[in-house]
Design a protein around this ligand. Structure first.
Ligand code: SAH
Length: 216
């Protein structure tokens, strides 16, 4: 079976199991995950599992990417901040959902991973994604505010700058916790009030930087 066929089957399975919207299903079906993972993991790219991408980091499992996209309720034309670019796969899925009029600003801590993501994204023509090297636990002020924000590494607490950089009416999805982690959905209403909802328990690598975990 070729990669396209495997990807289609995975997307169909996730659509069924997670009751995915058509838009998220199409995005998962369109993004070639095998072109984002290191060569030796290509063969496993359409197994629903996280995979190593080097530097102790992992690309999230496809179901987690799909669930986070659903929770964010992404629309065409939105400006989205991603913290933790990794290999760029998740950013590409979000780029499909916000379309050419939208924009994904993605911050990555490890320069080598940022380079890898940039190469992957430009090879596939994702011109609506900008990758920045830096400490995303502080968000990215120059492009703020954002319609949506999501974090792909677990934080000790919701970083204050991220809440500040969210537009009124905006939404954020972020894993919070150490050995036990919860995926938290944060909504900011038009008056700037914050409402938090717990989606459930998850497993992510730790967020580093000023509002992240210190290395042990
Ligand atoms: N979305 C990625 C998953 C990457 S794993 C993908 O599709 O591949 C989480 C990433 O968060 C890692 O690459 C890690 O280096 C990065 N990270 C951790 N702390 C960070 C911080 N403070 N700022 C930016 N990126 C950070």
């Amino acid at each position: 079976m070729d990669y396209d066929e495997k990807r289609k089957r995975l997307a169909e399975r996730l659509r069924y199991e997670l009751n995915l919207s058509n838009r998220v299903y199409e995005a998962i079906k369109n993004v070639p995950r095998h072109l984002f993972v290191p060569e030796r993991y290509k063969i496993e790219a359409y197994v629903d599992t996280p995979l190593p991408i080097g530097f102790g980091q992992t690309i999230s499992a496809p179901h987690m990417v799909a669930i986070m996209c659903e929770l964010l309720d992404l629309r065409e034309g939105e400006k989205v901040l991603e913290i933790g670019t990794g290999c760029g796969y998740h950013a590409a899925v979000v780029a499909e959902l916000v379309g050419e009029k939208g924009k994904v600003v993605s911050v990555e801590y490890i320069p080598e991973l940022a380079d890898m993501a940039k190469a992957n994204l430009s090879a596939l023509g994702y011109d609506n994604v900008v990758v920045i090297v830096g400490d995303g636990s502080k968000g990215y002020e120059p492009e703020a505010p954002y319609d949506k924000i999501y974090v792909t590494a677990s934080a000790p607490d919701i970083p204050k700058p991220l809440i500040e950089q969210l537009k009124p009416g905006g939404r954020m999805v972020i894993p919070v916790g150490d050995s036990v982690q919860w995926l938290v959905v944060v909504e900011k209403d038009e008056k700037g009030n914050i409402k938090k909802k717990n989606w459930g328990s998850v497993r992510f690598v730790p967020l580093r930087g000023e509002y992240g975990f210190k290395k042990r």
